[in-house]
Design a protein around this ligand. Sequence first.
Ligand code: KG4
Ligand code: ZN
Length: 358
Amino acid sequence: MTTVLAIETSCDETAAAVLTDGRRLRANVVASQAEMHQKYGGVFPEMASRQHILSIAPVIREAMGEAEVDWGDLDALAVVYGPGLAGSLLVGVNAAKALSMAHGIPLVGVNHLEAHVYANWLTPPGVDDADFVAPAFPAVCLVVSGGHTSLILVRDHHDYTLLGHTLDDAAGEAFDKVARLLGLGYPGGPIIQRMAEEGDPTAFDLPRALDVGEYDFSFSGLKTAVLRVVQDLRREQGVEVEERGQRLADATPEAEEDLPIPDLAASFQAAVVDALVTKTAAAAERYGAVQVLIAGGVAANGALRQEMSRRVEVAVRYPPIAFCTDNAAMVAMAGYHCFLSGLRSGLDLDVVPNLRLV
Ligand code: KG4
Ligand code: ZN
């Protein structure tokens, strides 16, 4: 029996999970700080690390209690060491190192992006572990989170080839910035998805940037196009628009009750989804993928899941929503596979805020 305790503190979630034999998820605790950061319209790094310091011990204790394991039952301690916010990552890595040293448990450093990929190996809640069939290789995986957007060919465990990536903003970042522009709050993805349900995705013709590299993405033009539409609508309403507001960062995050928010949200979401699905479908065909995997926070998006399943020829898999956004269950799964392949980290494990998967 191999039991892994995993710790995740890369951004604004303090999380711990316990997984046995890469199958039985015995505990999955997530303490989210999203509410705390909401009033800043994004994650406030110093506050995030201070909150991790307060939450880390109780969260680990709760996970171990729920899993009914003691230190002697653990075979490995998996911890995310990057990518993410340096101050946040340090809290998890230092906790894991201290516990590894104190209890003599092997330490396994995990890449946060690889953990997102491995969320696809977790049995969805309500499904019997024995009935769950793990993803098959070769797969094309679309990693779409708040900080990353890439298309990866996965030939086998830990065998990744980068096919393409975003040349500017990550897909999740675009959701967050457009939500901010529309005065919808943070995090933007779930709110835009909800608003889009009431809107017409063809209401505004927005760019897809399909002409960048074959498997690359670009979302900054789309973001600016949404800003232009909003500015034009405001001008039509006789509102004076500051030219300085050409950049999204300058947009005032206040409620825009007189804007057609559902149509804007639906049109924006359709443009992002179209770009993501078009490139992923092409890559899956070109590389003979037997499955397409979606990973990362944006994998929670219903329109993306639906369109991908509709337009890709092979089976499309994505984790249940709770495993899409940051959690430690996915870290435990990635950590388990790293542990099996002999990977161990020393007590000199350091955080790597800009760590890449490939
Ligand atoms: O993976 P994640 O939790 O954190 C990072 O590693 O970055 O991803 C967070 C991102 C945010 O940008 C958030 O807006 C986006 O995932 N997101 C969504 C949805 N749920 C979360 N984007 C679109 N639709 C959703 N339902
Ligand atoms: Zn993440």
